[in-house]
Design a binder for this molecule. Structure first.
Ligand SMILES: Nc1ncnc2c1ncn2[C@@H]1O[C@H](COP(=O)(O)OP(=O)(O)OP(=O)(O)O)[C@@H](O)[C@H]1O
Ligand SMILES: [Mg+2]
Length: 397
């Protein structure tokens, strides 16, 4: 879908948006040019709205969405009753899916059209209504290749299973049917997704759609020997939860990995003891597979300001050997936590409690006050991987 209008000058775009707000009956107040967080303030009766405008050619992504949502929570934004995020190019499908999942009550996402602002997310619309006019955007160029993601590191207990399951959840929210291959002999993943703990038959989860009239997506957990691409023609994403002992993973699957996600934590003892674990992991995979792109991901990140300085130093220690290794293998990289990280969270720490209390399987995406940090982080990871990889598919139709 081509946008109706194209601005190249951000000031022209800002003025155009301001005019559209006046048309909607708002009084417009332009703050100082360098005011952070928003571009226009609009007022009508008791409403006082911070409007952020983006003149980008590209659609807005989850990072930009998150930043504006975070701004609205700052004390400096407490005078506002709400926030409008206005784009000239619309939003990635992932932002729309996340906005539908978050359902922020004071936020609206809009796109400028010749006739005015079209709302892509509006909390006053019923769930699913917002993105109906974008259905034509959803059908994309189809890449028929199944993409394999290996979640692997030589080190135990840093979040492989947690990341595999929740990355699958994020891809499912984005509309992909996902197969989760449980390659760890402990079979944790299978247990975590079993619908009935007394029967080993059905380890799966259905993720309902965000859009009216669409089908949801499924996550199905299989063992390596149960997986056959021909039997699952709709599946485009396969995520493997690997055993930390490389030789315990089937070689034929390791060779199939298109992408490898290597979780690590910023933990002084771990770094001191296993300083080269990431480069060792890169080497192990590369010995078996010469095409995989590898992404080191920071997991269990402590976001508290008090630890900012320590995180910076620890990150530098993780980053140094990776940079060095990159000289010989450019397909290996660290995802900088400024872009994507998985924050430490209680929801993830206690994920799996359903095994204890007997409730049905679920992901740690449940919202608290509308928000779920793990859901946002994993959606951002999925979007990052989608942007850096070539998975495109006909999703959720
Ligand atoms: N972001 C996070 N925040 C809080 N807790 C986390 C996070 N990620 C993982 N954990 C916790 O860390 C522990 C180890 O995670 P997980 O089992 O996923 O690691 P693993 O690499 O699969 O381990 P193994 O090598 O034993 O298979 C679990 O208790 C999990 O709940
Ligand atoms: Mg595990």
């Amino acid at each position: 879908m081509q946008p109706d209008l194209r601005f190249t000058d951000p000031d022209d775009f800002e003025k155009y948006v301001a005019r559209k707000c006046i048309d909607l009956g708002y009084e417009v107040i332009m703050p100082n040019k360098n005011t952070p967080g928003y571009d226009i303030e609009i007022v009508k009766g008791k409403e006082r709205i911070a409007v952020q405008v983006k003149c980008h050619k590209a659609k807005q992504n989850i990072g930009q969405y998150k930043k504006f949502v975070a701004f609205l929570e700052l004390p400096v934004a407490s005078n506002f009753t709400g926030g409008w995020f206005i784009s000239q190019s619309g939003y990635s499908k992932n932002v729309l899916s996340l906005a539908e999942a978050d359902r922020e009550p004071n936020l609206k996402l809009g796109t400028i059209k010749e006739r005015g602002i079209t709302w892509n997310y509006d909390p006053d619309s019923a769930p699913g209504e917002n993105i109906e006019d974008q259905i034509e955007d959803v059908v994309e160029e189809k890449d028929n290749n199944v993409k394999y993601f290996g979640i692997f590191t030589c080190k135990g207990g840093v979040g492989k299973t947690t990341v595999a399951a929740h990355l699958a959840g994020a891809f499912a929210i984005m509309g992909y049917d996902v197969i989760l291959l449980d390659l760890d002999p402990d079979r944790n993943l299978r247990k975590l997704f079993l619908q009935d703990q007394d029967s080993d038959e059905d380890a799966s989860l259905y993720i309902p759609p965000n859009k009216k009239g669409f089908l949801g997506s499924t996550i199905t957990v299989l063992n390596a020997d149960e997986w056959d691409e021909r039997q699952y023609p709709d599946v485009k994403v396969v995520i493997c939860d690997c055993s930390p002992v490389l030789s315990e993973n089937p070689k034929n699957l390791i060779r199939k990995f298109d992408y490898c996600v290597i979780p690590t934590t910023l933990n002084p003892l771990g770094i001191a003891k296993n300083g080269d674990v990431i480069t060792r992991t890169f080497k192990h995979i590369r010995n078996e597979n010469n095409k995989a792109e590898m992404f080191c991901l920071i997991n269990s990140y402590s976001g508290s300001q008090a630890y900012e300085e320590r995180n910076k130093h620890l990150l530098a220690l993780v980053e140094k050997p990776i940079r060095e290794y990159q000289k010989q293998d450019s397909k290996c990289q660290l995802i900088h936590p400024d872009y994507v990280k998985i924050r430490e969270s209680r929801a993830l720490r206690y994920w799996g409690y359903h095994l204890v209390d007997g409730s049905p399987p679920q992901l740690a995406f449940k919202s608290v006050a509308n928000r779920s940090a793990p859901r946002t982080d994993f959606m951002q990871l999925a979007e990052y991987l989608e942007d850096h990889t070539s998975i495109t598919a006909t999703k959720g139709l």
